[in-house]
Design a protein around this ligand. Structure first.
Ligand code: FES
Length: 79
């Protein structure tokens, strides 16, 4: 089942169709949006290479389920 994820990414509002509800925010940013400045290092929350700001708070995008942040404002290193 496809679900729509609404995010404001670096100031731009986006609606993203997600087939996999388990997709991480990191994979959405890199593979769907093409913002590859957010790196995938350990993919388990230890290295910090995937750090983004979610509503102004620092988080590891590899540990964040994308759908759980529907409506959030995301700032990546590009922003
Ligand atoms: S990829 Fe290492 S903390 Fe997310």
């Amino acid at each position: 089942m496809t679900q729509t994820l609404n995010l404001t990414i670096n100031g731009t509002a986006r609606a993203i169709a997600l087939d996999d509800p388990r997709a991480t925010l990191l994979d959405v940013l890199r593979e769907r949006i093409g913002l590859t400045g957010t790196k995938k290092g350990c993919d388990r929350g230890q290295c910090g290479a995937c750090t983004v700001l979610i509503d102004g708070r620092r988080m590891n995008a590899c540990l964040a389920l994308a759908l759980s942040h529907d409506g959030a404002s995301i700032t990546t290193v590009e922003g």
